[in-house]
Design a protein around this ligand. Structure first.
Ligand code: NAD
Length: 478
């Protein structure tokens, strides 16, 4: 295994492109703040080539038997598993997360390829009974065409993998712009597909100024569908651009997940699961548990159990096996923590753990616990996207549900209770796309992943992550 950072490239029409006078931007290791490599930006001519290649490749890929599309995805999945240790180290170098987490993410990406390899073979239409003898009505799934997709840096393998797998399995071709901060992880997925025999032009990876690239691609008449994982602010921009051409849109945006710990909850089990989940990826996860509403009868015990586990976390370079939390992925997150934590404390929150930047070259922040956080604190309203747990007492389940629903976000929510009445009230009452009760496992290839309210539009994963790349066509025939 090597910790040499591979030179990132563009990937257009089956070619790996770099240099040649293109503008570049540095890729930075968040654990050391050192430059790893210079990433080439796509020129306008490169974007035009990617559009032309994706359009050219579409008719043949659409006509390719689902069995063959399935073979490519499955072979790519096994190549990813073979290469998992090396790719995970590239992820840790560019993104910071502990290498163990990076490998699990990569393996989940391989599982996503495998699942869509199978599900693409089951993209059934349906026959509707005709109105009279000899009349037949069929409903067909047709791939939408060329997709423009945008993926973020927090899950640099899984977010591109969902877009690649759904689009390719359905017969679409794709131009993907991964995050400029984490190019090599997405490129490794593209490399696996390329080596598995994906035809040139079916998948293209470009990098550049996100706003310029997305505007250019989305405005192109070649592009029929847009898929973005990112912040709600960027989602609104992209949705507006897509709306101009009535383009199909899937948006996975920000969250601010509430966690409701009921009076009957097993506090130790809840604390075990919640600490592991809160500080995974240094809290930079759209479904990370964030606002904890704990029944007052369990409040003191829960806070104690939670803090006990937090102080045992070991923050360090993700390449070191002993690190259980890596750095934040970029200096913007450090600046956000620097703004959000003092604001909460100033407004009366109690700081029980962490709360400071860790000195040194990298972008490290202490795992932080704040309690009695007033609802007007900035971090109770904007997605913190960092290692901050915000714990407050509540007097009743009803109060917890009202407080959980008060934000415009509705991505994930969690609850801990054995009570069947409480489960029913939670399943019905929480405004959320996904709800975990006594579990944090809500993300898997076979089940839809998506948000309501300003957390997004549509779903990825599950059959929904495939039909999202299809138009329905009705054929009525005599
Ligand atoms: P950001 O809003 O600038 O960027 C988010 C992602 O969108 C990045 O990958 C970026 O390259 C891309 N992007 C930015 N402008 C774009 C545009 N005009 N068109 C297409 N893509 C564009 O924020 P950031 O500083 O990178 O991340 C901070 C915030 O983003 C977090 O607070 C969090 O809310 C959100 N975020 C959410 C997710 C998620 O999984 N839903 C992932 C990453 C970031």
């Amino acid at each position: 295994m090597s910790d040499h950072y591979v030179q990132p490239t563009l990937y257009i029409d089956g070619q790996w492109l770099m240099g040649a006078g293109r503008q570049v931007e540095p890729v930075v290791n968040p654990a050391t703040a050192q430059v790893l490599a210079e990433l080439p930006h796509a020129t306008q001519a490169d974007l035009d080539s990617a559009l032309a290649a994706a359009a050219r490749a579409f008719p043949a890929w659409r006509a390719t038997a689902p069995l063959e599309r399935s073979r490519v995805l499955r072979q790519a999945a096994s190549l990813l598993r073979e290469r998992a240790d090396d790719i995970a180290r590239q992820t840790t170098l560019e993104q910071g997360k502990p290498v163990r987490e990076a490998k699990l993410e990569l393996l989940a990406s391989a599982d996503t390829f495998d699942w869509y390899a199978e599900e693409g073979r089951r993209l059934y239409g349906r026959i509707v009974p005709g109105r009279h003898p000899g009349h037949r009505v069929s409903v067909l799934h047709e791939p939408v065409g060329v997709v423009a997709a945008f993926a973020p840096w927090n899950f640099p393998a899984l977010t591109p993998a969902r877009k690649m797998a759904g689009a390719l399995a359905s017969g679409c071709t794709l131009i993907l712009k991964p995050s400029e901060e984490t190019p090599n992880t997405a490129l490794a997925l593209a490399r696996a597909l390329h080596d598995a025999g994906l035809p040139a032009g079916v998948l293209n990876l470009v990098f550049g100024d996100p706003s310029q690239v997305s505007q250019y691609l989305i405005a192109s008449p070649v592009v029929a569908k847009v898929s973005l994982t990112g912040s709600t602010a960027v989602g609104k921009l992209v949705a507006q651009q897509a709306a101009r051409g009535i383009k199909r849109t899937t948006l996975e945006l920000g969250g601010h997940a509430p966690v409701i710990v009921c009076a009957d909850a097993d506090v130790d089990k809840a604390a075990d699961l919640l600490v592991a989940s809160k500080y995974r990826n240094a809290g930079q996860i759209c479904i990370a548990p964030t606002r904890f509403y704990v029944h007052e009868s369990k409040y003191a015990a829960f806070v104690e159990a939670f803090v006990q586990r937090v102080v045992r976390l070991k923050v360090g370079n993700g390449l070191e096996e002993s690190s259980t939390m890596g750095p934040l992925a970029n200096p913007r997150r450090v600046a956000a923590m620097d703004r959000l934590v003092p604001d909460a404390v100033q407004r009366g929150a109690r700081l029980l753990a962490g709360g400071q930047r860790i000195k040194g070259a990298g972008f490290f922040w202490q795992p932080t616990v704040l309690t009695e956080v007033p609802e007007d604190a900035l971090l109770m309203n904007e997605e913190p996207f960092g290692p901050l747990a915000l714990i407050n007492p509540v007097a009743s389940l009803d109060e917890a549900i009202v407080r959980a629903n008060r934000l415009p976000f509705g991505l994930a929510a969690y609850a801990f209770t054995q009570d069947s009445g409480a489960r029913m009230a939670l399943s019905r009452g929480l405004e959320t796309g996904m709800l975990g009760i006594n579990t944090m496992t809500i993300s898997m290839p076979e089940a839809p992943f998506g948000g309501v309210k300003e957390s997004g539009l549509g779903s990825e994963c599950g059959i929904e992550g495939l039909t999202a790349y299809c138009n329905l066509r009705l054929v009525s025939e005599e």
